[in-house]
Design a protein around this ligand. Structure first.
Ligand code: SAM
Length: 215
């Protein structure tokens, strides 16, 4: 299977027609091998227009959703980014292509361990990972220029707003347990400017400032 060709086709048919314009984002989506972030048995579906299972009841996000969220972050290359919900590490790798440093927090230790090896073998040395409740952020490394939450949450966790730098941006799927909308928040002169975007469906963000349990 020619995965490079499938990636180019994905960008051409799933991302550009739906309005993704940032050339840096499109190039990162053409470059990062999504098939290496999922189990070998489903690699033939790696560039399909859908989220896929990564085990532990979790998913790798749909390519379009990864592209939209990344574009909304307005990355120029110098940013320190915090990601909550590492999952397969695919979104993390896209961020690592486009920002200076990426700090990523995953609640499920098994997923985090798997991903650490993956980042190493793909040669990413600007990704820092920790296991824990990402709704608390990563206070030792704050402030962050950008924060991305890749699980559905009833609200943006307060610690994350506190750990966002002035003129920083947070992107998160906000809503109920079964459907959300992407919310973009910009911190500007001490105020929070909010803007709602694409509807979406994510697995829940479980933690002290997210949903309380699996059920
Ligand atoms: N962006 C990821 C990718 O491309 O593979 C997909 C992330 S998946 C939709 C959501 C992830 O958030 C899951 O791996 C889940 O375990 C994790 N998660 C849920 N609650 C969390 C929390 N409080 N802190 C950190 N990770 C959390």
């Amino acid at each position: 299977m020619d995965f490079k060709e499938l990636r180019d086709f994905m960008v051409k048919t799933q991302l550009i027609p739906r309005g993704i314009k940032d050339e840096r984002v499109l190039n990162a989506m053409k470059k990062v091998p999504r098939h290496l972030f999922i189990d070998e048995s489903i690699q033939n579906m790696a560039y399909d227009d859908m989220a896929l299972s990564i085990g532990e009841g979790q998913t790798i996000s749909q390519p379009y959703m990864v592209a939209v969220m990344t574009e909304l972050l307005e990355l120029k290359g110098n940013e320190k980014v915090l990601e909550i919900g590492t999952g397969s590490g695919y979104q993390t790798a896209i961020l690592a292509e486009l920002a200076k440093d990426v700090y990523t927090v995953e609640r499920v230790a098994l997923l985090a361990n798997r991903v650490e090896e993956r980042f190493h073998s793909l040669g990413y040395n600007n990704i820092h990972i920790k296991v824990g409740d990402g709704t608390l952020g990563w206070s030792e490394e704050a402030p962050f220029d950008r924060i991305i939450i890749t699980a559905g949450t009833p609200r943006i966790p307060t610690p994350l707003i506190e750990q966002l730098s002035e003129e920083g941006i947070i992107i998160a799927p906000v809503g109920d347990r079964f459907s959300q909308q992407l919310l973009k928040v910009r911190k500007s002169k001490g105020k929070l400017l909010e803007d709602y975007h694409t509807p979406c469906v994510f697995v829940p963000l479980i933690g002290e400032h997210g949903w309380k349990g699996e059920g």
